[in-house]
Design a protein around this ligand. Structure first.
Ligand code: PEP
Ligand code: MN
Length: 357
């Protein structure tokens, strides 16, 4: 149930409604809309009676939520949520509005030189968020597992020197405190989308969460995973479509771009697209990036490596710096065509050659 407050409801009236909800043994969630506050109720097993709420001062309506996901649904909040990502050095980015953002970097942090090179490339390109895995979820136990704590430190150092924000995967609850100390966005990987204890744990950190779609997750399961995070107290969730497993073998996954408008129809939370994992081959990253922006994604996550042939993970899907720079140039008009902005720097030939030596 959603309790809709009057436009002029005061803090005391809001607090009284929350108190009544708690007294019934349920949980109130205050949702600030553009011109009024609403209060979502979770924890009830069956339908609630509207009457006790309708008679309270400041309350204008009580609406039943029909969807199984409540707090992430548009029924609860019709306006788009804009997630703010910031760090203590003053870097700030908003995802979910008219401005699009790119999260880019290598699949894994491999060395100081590698991550610094990428940080400088991103800085020069005007990209504000750097990615890089330190705790890697690998199919094979014999594959490179990431530099772990050392990787987190290298990532954060490179980001601090260049003023970038950091997104990196949190693979388990054990390393969550360390990841949260070094990252500005906590990434939940596809393989962990239904790791419910991890979803609950990240909710207790005051950091935005990038939630990747599970390898075989339906859109409803994807929404329910976000509901775990939001209902446990963290409203700052960004969805990430990264491809799902189908019978197709020419691409690593099947990038389900229809997920973007569907999620945007059903939820107020932003959604970005990761074409790198979606297709698994660098040749298709550029066309699918353009398609993702064209269909309304709020941003992209792209793997870039100084030397993909030598990458310790996901080399075949990583763009070389030069290709990444030309992709950014091509994305700008696509963003404008759909009424969005992509504030990246269009680098000239000399500058890109300098960065891609
Ligand atoms: C990654 O971002 O490097 C990653 C492992 O992604 P996913 O969880 O989507 O496979
Ligand atoms: Mn990867």
């Amino acid at each position: 149930m959603l309790i809709v407050m009057d436009k002029n409801a005061n803090q005391e009236q809001i607090a009284q409604v929350c108190e009544r909800i708690r007294a019934m043994g349920f949980k109130p969630h205050v949702i600030a809309g553009e011109d009024r506050v609403a209060i979502g109720i979770t924890g009830n097993k069956g339908a609630l009676d509207k009457e006790p709420f309708l008679s309270m001062s400041g309350v204008v309506d009580a609406v039943r939520i029909t969807k199984p996901y409540k707090l992430v649904s548009r029924e609860v909040k019709p306006t788009d949520t804009v997630v703010t990502i910031k760090n203590s050095n003053g870097a700030e980015v908003k995802i979910g509005g008219d401005e699009l953002h790119i999260m880019a970097g290598p699949c894994s942090v491999e060395s100081e030189t590698q991550i610094n090179e990428i940080a400088h490339l991103l800085k020069a390109s005007g990209v504000k968020i750097m990615r890089g895995g330190a705790f890697k979820p690998r199919t094979s136990p014999y594959a490179f597992q990431g530099l772990k704590l050392k990787g987190l430190e290298l990532l954060k150092d490179a980001a601090e020197k260049t003023g970038l924000l950091v997104v990196t995967e949190v693979k388990d609850t054990e390393n969550l405190p360390a990841v949260a100390e070094h990252a500005d966005i906590l990434q939940i990987g596809a393989r962990n989308m239904q790791n419910f204890s991890l979803l609950e744990a990240v909710a207790h950190y005051n950091k935005p969460v990038l939630l990747k779609r599970g390898l075989a997750a339906t859109i409803e399961e994807f929404l329910m995973a976000a509901e775990y995070i939001v209902s446990n107290g963290n409203p700052n969730v960004i969805f990430c479509e990264r491809g799902i497993r189908t019978y197709e073998t020419y691409t690593r996954n099947t990038l389900d771009l229809s997920c973007v408008p569907v999620i945007q129809h059903l939820s107020h939370l932003p959604i970005i697209v990761d074409p790198s994992h979606g297709v698994g081959l660098w040749e298709y990253v550029a066309p699918m990036s353009k398609a993702a922006i064209a269909c309304g994604a709020n941003g992209l996550m792209i793997e870039v490596h100084p030397n993909p042939a030598e990458a310790l993970s996901d080399g075949p899907q990583s763009l070389k710096p030069k290709k990444f720079i030309s992709l950014l140039r091509e994305l700008k008009p696509v963003a404008e065509a759909v009424g969005k902005r992509l504030n990246v720097n269009v680098l000239n030939e000399t500058k890109s050659l300098e960065l891609c030596a």
